[in-house]
Design a binder for this molecule. Structure first.
Ligand code: AP5
Length: 217
């Protein structure tokens, strides 16, 4: 049960996808689940739409219920890498209770630390796969064939909430509650900070070392 924390565009999705594949874990990304619900036109997607468009967090109650459903499914039994959850203190506390119900606990929380000016450049250059949600970057992490997903061949798109005004709102609305989550895991001796400005492979290596207990908090 590995938690990846970080600001908008810090690289949580990039790392969670690699680590889940390498370690045979479920990649549980709340942002991806909301986007999928939106694409499928479900009631959950309709509720999430307004919050996401404004760069606000979806209310805790809705988000926690969605995560609880996934955790109760057989796909979560081999272990989970959480991407973008928890994002508030209430979510962190709820996650502890949920994993305890399944007889386990959070093994480590890794904060992918990236300064704000780098985040701006990352989000500006991000293209994502509309089918599998894999993120790419025009210059820093490009697909093998320009504009095409390496995994399923779909044409890449830009995210609606990466528009500059929504991106600024996401930073403003979402960074203060994230600080509470970081403090929550630090107080429990579970937090490791990783320098997220490094190349993708170096961030993966540091995150895995933290998950394996090879580097201390
Ligand atoms: P979500 O999809 O989770 O968005 P986010 O947290 O804002 O994170 P991002 O997906 O923008 O960035 P990331 O850290 O995954 O970075 P990535 O790997 O793509 O959430 C969307 C919305 O859903 C929220 O705004 C909210 O409304 C709602 N929501 C989601 N979870 C919620 C929750 N728990 N509670 C309430 N509401 C919730 O990388 C970014 C770019 O950088 C890419 O182009 C990538 O290729 C590139 N890159 C990555 N790593 C590197 C590197 N090391 N070097 C160079 N480039 C890199």
């Amino acid at each position: 049960m590995l938690v990846l924390l970080g600001a908008v565009g810090a690289g949580k999705g990039t790392q969670a996808s690699i680590i889940a594949r390498e370690r045979g874990l479920l990649h549980l990304a709340t942002g991806d689940l909301f986007r999928r619900a939106l694409r499928d036109g479900t009631p959950l997607g309709e509720v999430a739409r307004g919050y996401m468009r404004r760069g606000e967090l979806v209310p805790d109650e809705i988000t926690i219920r969605m995560v609880a459903e996934v955790l109760a499914s057989p796909s979560a039994r081999a272990g989970v890498v959480f991407d973008g959850f928890p994002r508030t203190l209430a979510q962190a506390q709820a996650l502890d209770a949920l994993v305890a119900e399944h007889g386990t606990g959070i093994s480590r929380a890794v904060l992918i630390d990236v300064p704000e000016d780098v985040l701006v450049a990352r989000v500006a250059g991000r293209w994502v796969c509309p089918q599998c949600d894999t993120p790419y970057h025009l210059t820093d992490d490009p697909p093998r064939q320009p504009g095409v997903c390496d995994r399923d061949g779909a044409a890449l798109v830009q995210r609606e909430d990466d528009r500059p005004e929504v991106f600024r709102a996401r930073l403003r609305e979402q960074l203060p509650p994230l600080d509470d989550v970081v403090a929550y895991y630090a107080d429990r001796g579970l937090l490791t900070r990783v320098d997220g400005r490094q190349p993708v492979e170096a961030v993966t290596a540091a995150t895995l070392a933290a998950a394996d207990g090879d580097i201390l908090p």
